[in-house]
Write a protein that binds this ligand. Structure first.
Ligand code: NIG
Ligand code: FE
Length: 405
């Protein structure tokens, strides 16, 4: 007997090969323990016995959303810096004067692990309340062993308290910390020789990321860090070609990165390298918007090359103070020209791939974790269409209803 049977619903399974959105108009979904046991058209149900049957009044069920790029753990905020930017200062100017990421580093170092966990848990609960059951959280505002570990432990605590799966990424190479301003090589040595092996040994991180740009690390430096990650058995991701073309995507392809993220300035060669390596392009329209909407990422070229596209909030205090995944979907369509189906695929199936979790979550398929979102909408396109509407009716995480209504 199944544990739970969801009926009288439409299911956007987000699987490939079938109808648009993998839509099953009159669907049933059976859950056994933490997993999806069966999904299909209700009339094909092999049996209808379940401990509990929930009729959903034709609500839409999708895979729970996956926010695959966030910096959810941080101290302080950067509202004052935003005011400066509105007055004409650029993100790069502010960074050059010791503000930007470095100002969040100061606030994060000053915060206790408990304070960081609590503020991140509040943010994670907001994401969960919008249908997210998996969130990636990066370190990168500690920039020394103690504070990077503190951030990653806080990320795990935040996930538990919000009933959400957290995937942790070590971003020690976010920017050169103040104490190494005159010896960046020594900081990269520390990242490669001590921090990455410790993150792997202590299982504090699932992947390693680098911010590769003019204000952060060069492509050659990122290459050294990727080699260290590979030696420790950790997959890599890259903040690539956001503010300028640094050939970041080429490097991501070379190291078979799970994803290359931002990509406003990615080159044709970079796109080809990503396509060959199966690297996911994570586009971050909220950061693009909040930085003033400069160059668009080349969506048509990514599509043409067959690079899978994911969408995330990039929630962080500097470039994307955003806790609304559905707003990110809307912006992906209105600003970057994705179709609503591409956008939703980008926050489900392709977001799972960007985290290496495609076998576990991201689609509604038998055997996958029963991570589901139930929405009060009549068509999947509405998820990207409304801005700020309370559309979520319920969220399932590993088979359990979180009762969000
Ligand atoms: O994804 N680009 C680098 N990292 C973040 C910004 C972090 C910050 O400004 O605090 C991003 O946009
Ligand atoms: Fe980021």
């Amino acid at each position: 007997m199944w544990d739970v049977l969801l009926t009288d619903c439409q299911a956007a399974t987000m699987t490939t090969g079938g109808s648009s959105y993998g839509l099953i108009p009159d669907a049933a979904i059976a859950i056994e323990g933490e997993r999806i046991a069966w999904v299909g058209t209700a009339r094909d149900l092999p049996r209808a016995d379940a401990h509990e049957t929930r009729r959903l009044d034709q609500a839409l069920v999708t895979p729970a959303l996956i926010d695959c790029h966030t910096h959810l753990v941080f101290g302080g905020d950067r509202a004052a810096e935003w005011e400066l930017r509105l007055g004409g200062a650029s993100y790069e100017d502010i960074a050059a004067k010791g503000g930007g990421i470095l100002s969040t580093v100061r606030a994060t170092r000053a915060a206790s692990e408990e304070e960081l966990a609590q503020s991140a848990a509040r943010r994670a609960r907001v994401l969960a309340g919008q249908g997210v059951s998996t969130v990636e959280i990066k370190s990168g505002y500690g920039l020394d062993m103690v504070n990077e570990c503190k951030m990653l432990r806080a990320a795990a605590v935040a996930g538990k308290s919000a009933n959400i799966r957290v995937v942790r990424t070590f971003l020690g190479a976010h920017i050169v910390p103040p104490e190494y301003q005159n010896d960046r090589g020594a900081y990269i040595d520390l990242v490669c020789n001590e921090m990455i092996p410790a993150m792997a040994r202590e299982r504090l991180a699932d992947a390693v990321d680098v911010f590769c740009d003019t204000i952060a690390f060069t492509t050659a430096e990122a290459g050294r860090i990727f080699a260290a990650a590979a030696a420790s058995g950790l997959p890599v991701k890259l903040h690539a070609d956001q503010l300028s073309d640094q050939a970041g995507a080429l490097l991501a392809g070379k190291y078979r990165a799970l994803s290359a993220d931002h990509l406003e300035y990615v080159s044709e060669k970079g796109i080809a390298a990503m396509a060959a390596a199966g690297t996911v392009a994570v586009l971050l329209p909220c950061a693009w918007y909040f930085l003033g909407g400069g160059k668009n990422p080349p969506v048509a070229a990514l599509r043409k090359a067959g690079v899978p596209i994911a969408i995330a909030t990039d929630c962080n205090p500097g470039t994307a103070p955003v806790l609304s995944p559905l707003t990110a979907l809307n912006m992906a369509c209105t600003s970057f020209g994705l179709t609503p189906e591409e956008a939703l695929t980008g926050m489900t199936r392709n977001a799972a791939a960007a985290l290496g979790l495609q076998a576990k979550t991201g689609t509604i398929e038998a055997g996958k974790s029963a991570d589901l979102a139930v929405w009060n909408v009549s068509s999947p396109a509405e998820l990207a269409y409304w801005i700020g509407a309370p559309l979520l009716r319920d969220r399932y995480y590993r088979g359990r209803s979180m009762g969000m209504v």
